[in-house]
Ligand binder design. Structure first.
Ligand code: LHQ
Length: 258
């Protein structure tokens, strides 16, 4: 199985599972990941997703054996398997945590950047490997990178294709945090478990409003915040959160997504 799915208390852990190839992506694997995300979304009790890689790598991007000698038009067609995946992660009404356990290269790096919160092991690195094989960054790299680290750093990362160590990635704001290798999974699991206790409807709306900000004027974004605040405010989690604060107790938010 190229994607391992573990059902945990309130969340699912998805593991990219081709460790002998540093979890390089094949079209079959992309389809399996796509299906695993659909199943997670269909399960109303699933309130977070944790994505990681088996073995010493997170994901080495497209499996180059699959594209060797491919016609240029085949490359574009191949991306049709990856684009929906990136868009799906962004559109999921569930927070997705990436636990980057080792090298994340090419499409593998940008798959991680599509996730909502990225934790990286200190020994991990991020490589926009595309220039090394005469390709342009894809899977959203050209969109995520400048937004996360600014154009100066984005351009150097894309042109030079040098590995960026996890710690620098965290300093630059490419990822949320770099942690000691042995702490990666415990911290990522704790993070997922914490997200599960949050107001899941509010988190889904927060993800939507943050993603919309990139294309909106401030005035339009304020309108959207207002509309989504109305939606959040109508959910019982809001009343519960306020009551819990006033009663000085932890909030007991809905256990299933609505
Ligand atoms: C691999 C791979 C790999 C196959 C390591 N494929 N075997 C999508 C679709 C459409 C169009 C094109 O673009 C895309 C998006 C893309 O992702 S393009 C970019 C594709 N990825 C790359 O170019 C990265 C290639 N890999 C590397 O540069 C290195 O392996 C990195 C820097 C990731 C890790 O280096 P090392 O830690 O030194 O490991 P290694 O190179 O020894 O790899 C371990 C094994 O994994 C090795 O096999 P072997 O049989 O010798 O043990 C590699 O051949 C294999 N492997 N990446 N993408």
């Amino acid at each position: 199985m190229t994607i391992l799915v573990e059902r945990r208390e309130g969340y699912r852990m998805l593991t990219l599972n081709r460790p002998e190839r540093l979890n390089a992506l094949t079209t079959e694997m992309a389809a399996a990941l796509d299906a695993a995300l659909d199943e997670a979304e269909a399960d109303k009790n699933c309130r977070a997703i944790l994505l990681t890689g088996a073995g010493r790598g997170f994901c080495a991007g497209q499996d180059l054996n699959e594209i060797v000698g491919a016609a240029a038009s085949d490359l574009e067609r191949l991306l049709e398997h990856y684009h929906p995946l990136i868009l799906k992660i962004r559109a999921l009404p569930i927070p997705v945590v990436a636990a980057v356990n080792g090298v994340a290269a090419g499409a593998g790096a940008n798959l991680a950047l599509a996730c909502d919160i990225v934790l990286a092991a200190r020994s991990a690195s991020f490589v926009q490997a595309f220039a090394r094989i005469g390709l342009v960054p894809d899977c959203g790299g050209t969109w995520f990178l400048p937004r996360l680290v600014g154009t100066a750093r984005a351009r150097a990362l894309a042109f030079l294709a040098e590995p960026l160590p996890a710690e620098t990635a965290a300093e630059w704001g490419l990822v949320w945090r770099a942690v000691d290798d042995e702490r990666l999974l415990p911290e990522a699991e704790a993070l997922a478990a914490r997200l599960v206790t949050q107001a899941s409807a509010a988190l889904a709306l927060t993800k939507r409003v943050l993603d919309a900000a990139g294309d909106n004027t401030l005035a339009r974004q304020l309108d959207l915040e207002g509309a989504l605040q109305r939606e959040a405010g109508a959910h019982p989690d809001h009343a519960e959160g306020v009551r819990a604060f006033l009663e000085k107790r932890p909030a007991a938010f809905a256990k299933a997504r609505s």
